[in-house]
Write a protein that binds this ligand. Structure first.
Ligand SMILES: NC(=O)c1ccc[n+]([C@@H]2O[C@H](COP(=O)([O-])OP(=O)(O)OC[C@H]3O[C@@H](n4cnc5c(N)ncnc54)[C@H](OP(=O)(O)O)[C@@H]3O)[C@@H](O)[C@H]2O)c1
Length: 352
């Protein structure tokens, strides 16, 4: 496991709670043999004690070294190796292809690989196929919600995608669900930031880039050869605040409240609410933007940091298939990564 932050740390706790049970009742013998963050790593020949991994990592004298970590994970005496990249690092994703080619399976919530240049995306899949290894990333879209698997199931069984649209960012969901007209946009953004619901720099969420990345990942699952530039993105970061520090940004954000307040009051006058929605159609037309919805629309009833994704297809035409629920947070995201790990075990022949 690389990355011991919110997701990596929670995954290790979830594994600790289930690992014996899975061995006894499912015959799956998972062994965590290495844990690494940007500073340190801890390695074990058999398996690490997951009750004490934090203490062992902080007491470890081994500084983080990717090459020796990978060599250790890919031990010749064990039947299978999997690397869980629980970071947001673009540096690590650059190594995926070589890890697959040396025999390591990869599971990740990190979107940077799948949303990168299309040539690298294709090459990674060719490497996985050629070396018969798995690359699993269900949590790239909707965290623990079954979005990518659902889309694949529809496509592989011959359904035809007409349109996918939804609220794909937990952060933007929270911000728009909390704007009730009494508080300005900036106040809600500052609250979301202080609750730890945004990226450390909230502009990463408010620029719409995170939603654009998710749209590209869905487009590519649909077989469309698209690059990020193809997404029409409405940014909520004013031009003059793009270069400011995070503190400057949060302190001066209020001067741009007017635009969103005007949109909100016009929506409310028409009995509607605002949502930040990503959409993609069968031709690959993609947009990420603020839209208004009547109160009886499925998107209007969201609460907290819920995600919602609507799949309109030939089979689910007049009544689209809807997947909805919390789309961010450590427990649900780590649970989704864990489910990918169990899926991998099944692919590799674990008993049912
Ligand atoms: N949080 C969510 O709700 C959520 C939902 C869906 C997907 N995700 C994705 O899950 C991933 C992890 O998110 P998070 O919230 O757990 O992030 P986080 O709390 O910031 O943790 C990131 C971890 O990655 C480590 N790291 C970063 N770059 C590294 C590198 N080059 N080599 C080794 N370790 C490295 C960091 O090490 P240090 O501890 O040394 O800094 C830290 O332990 C991200 O890709 C995120 O987009 C998160």
């Amino acid at each position: 496991v690389i990355g011991t932050g919110l997701i990596g740390g929670t995954l290790l706790s979830q594994l600790q709670a289930r690992i014996e049970e899975l061995k006894r009742h499912r015959g799956i013998d998972f062994r965590v043999r290495g844990i690494m963050n940007t500073r340190k790593m801890v390695l074990a020949d058999r398996h690490l004690n997951l009750e004490r991994w934090r203490d062992e990592l902080s007491a470890s004298s081994k500084t983080a070294d990717l090459e020796s970590f990978i060599n250790h994970v890919n031990a010749a005496h064990l039947p299978h190796a999997v690397l869980i990249d629980a970071t947001g690092s673009a540096e690590l994703t650059g190594h995926y292809e070589s890890w697959l080619s040396t025999g390591i399976n990869i599971i990740t919530p990190n979107k940077k690989s799948n949303a990168g240049p299309f040539a690298a995306y294709r090459s990674l899949r060719e490497a996985a196929r050629k070396h018969q290894r798995y690359f699993l990333y269900e949590t790239n879209v909707g965290a623990g919600l079954p979005i990518i698997q659902t889309l694949r199931g529809l496509i592989d069984t011959g359904d035809e995608i007409i349109k996918i649209e939804g609220v794909l960012s937990g952060t933007l969901s929270y911000i728009f669900n909390s704007m009730d007209g009494r508080r300005g946009f900036s106040e809600v953004v500052r609250e979301a930031h202080s609750l730890g619901l945004t990226e450390p720099d909230p502009r990463e969420d408010l620029s719409g880039v995170d939603v654009a990345r998710k749209l590209i990942i869905l487009a590519r699952e649909m077989g469309l050869e698209k690059e990020m530039e193809a997404v029409r993105v409405e940014s909520m970061v004013a031009e003059d605040l793009r270069a400011a520090t995070v503190d400057e940004y949060l302190n001066t954000l209020g001067k741009h409240d007017q635009k969103i307040t005007a949109l909100l009051s016009s929506a409310r006058d028409n009995g509607q609410v605002l949502r930040y929605v990503g959409a993609i159609d069968s031709n690959g037309d993609m947009s990420a933007r603020i839209r208004s919805y009547p109160l009886d629309h499925a998107f209007a009833s969201l609460t907290g940091s819920d995600n919602i994704v609507s799949f309109q297809t030939a089979r689910y035409n007049s009544q689209p298939m809807i997947v909805r629920g919390p789309g961010a947070g450590p427990e649900v995201t780590a649970g989704g990564v864990f489910a990918d790990l169990l899926r991998l075990a099944s692919f590799l022949g674990a008993p049912q």
